[in-house]
Design a binder for this molecule. Structure first.
Ligand code: PNS
Length: 170
């Protein structure tokens, strides 16, 4: 019997966007099981707790009926998690050249830490080239419309947290 091929799709997902979901959905077609791993990025200051981020992703995963996708949390080294669950791949989405240097460095570091999995890069879909959680947060913080960037089923959860209340005119 062939072995279940597990891929881990790590990220901050603060919050999850159409760009992330596109990569997760495409990865779910390539592997038997995809674990979306909400991980800690030491240089980022999150707007949502890890538990909230998991809840948001789960809502979208349920909505899209991605039956081989599960969501987990990890606050250690990614390589340790990948080894622990027996995954054969780390999935990363690549947008522009600007992503490449950082992702290349991460891929090499993770390979040094654990040789049993490969980093697999999926090119972002053209419509998500510019999209990131930071862009979503910046637009929302100025009261802008983020409905083109995040799934409808979590739009109100995100706007409630990120959009500032309107001040009454004096
Ligand atoms: O969405 P992000 O912020 O680009 O995701 C980065 C993340 C969380 C995947 C990365 O920072 C990570 O893997 N963190 C876990 C700690 C780790 O293993 N760091 C890499 C060792 S060099």
């Amino acid at each position: 019997m062939s072995k279940t091929r597990i891929a881990v799709c790590p990220g901050s997902f603060d919050p999850v966007t159409f760009g992330h979901m596109d990569i997760i959905r495409r990865a779910s077609r390539l592997f038997d099981k995809v674990i979306v791993l909400v991980s800690v990025n030491a240089v980022k200051n999150p707007s949502f707790t890890t538990v909230e981020r998991v809840q948001l992703i789960n809502k979208v995963v349920d909505h899209l009926k991605l039956e081989n996708v599960v969501v987990d949390i990890w606050d250690g080294l990614l390589a340790d998690y990948v080894k622990q669950v027996g995954a054969c791949a780390i999935i990363k989405g690549l947008r522009a050249v600007s992503d490449f240097e950082y992702e290349f460095q991460m891929a090499l570091a993770n390979k040094m830490l654990y040789d049993g999995a490969e980093t697999v890069f999926l090119t972002t879909s053209a419509e998500n080239m510019y999209l990131s959680s930071s862009v979503v947060k910046q637009i929302a913080s100025f009261g802008g419309d983020i409905s083109h960037f995040v799934p409808k089923c979590i739009l109100s959860d995100i706007t409630e947290r990120l959009v500032p209340p309107k001040c009454p005119k004096t």
